[in-house]
Design a protein around this ligand. Structure first.
Ligand code: HEC
Length: 109
């Protein structure tokens, strides 16, 4: 196959699958979701005080990569105090928004 055709094919396949949830999302939308669903346990504010159980979102942003946060949210360990994200029925986009919000707090600590 010609190189340019290959590129087009890769683009179409990637587009068709949608962006993975650890891709760039909207931190503003993620903040709203976090306020509604996560704030009763986590400190979700910029500069949020570090608490070990559960850690603040700002400290999670400092210590974890985007991929790690994604993995941790989507596949919490068994017997974790953390509800499974599947429980909330977030879409891939909403999950990306949430993770982007957490990542955006990295510079706030
Ligand atoms: C019922 C309380 C509760 C709610 C609600 C909750 N969490 Fe958690 N979360 C925890 C606890 C407790 C931990 C730490 C223990 C653990 O890792 O299992 C945790 C851990 C985490 C971690 C991993 C931290 C690390 O070790 O890197 C992430 C990421 C996270 N939560 C994100 C979220 C998001 C996003 C939401 C909202 C959709 C949310 N949590 C809602 C209790 C909660």
């Amino acid at each position: 196959m010609h190189k340019s055709k290959l590129l087009v094919a890769a683009f179409v396949i990637a587009g068709g699958l949608g962006s993975p949830a650890y891709a760039e999302g909207s931190p503003e939308e993620g903040r709203k979701l976090a306020a509604e669903h996560c704030a009763q346990c986590h400190d979700i504010e910029p500069g949020g005080a570090f608490k070990e159980f559960p850690p603040s979102f700002a400290s999670i942003a400092v210590f974890r990569s985007r991929e790690q946060i994604y993995a941790r949210v989507v596949f919490p360990p068994t017997h974790s105090g953390m509800p499974e994200i599947a429980f909330y029925n977030f879409s891939e986009d909403e999950t990306a928004d949430l993770i982007s919000y957490i990542v955006s707090l990295e510079e706030s600590l």
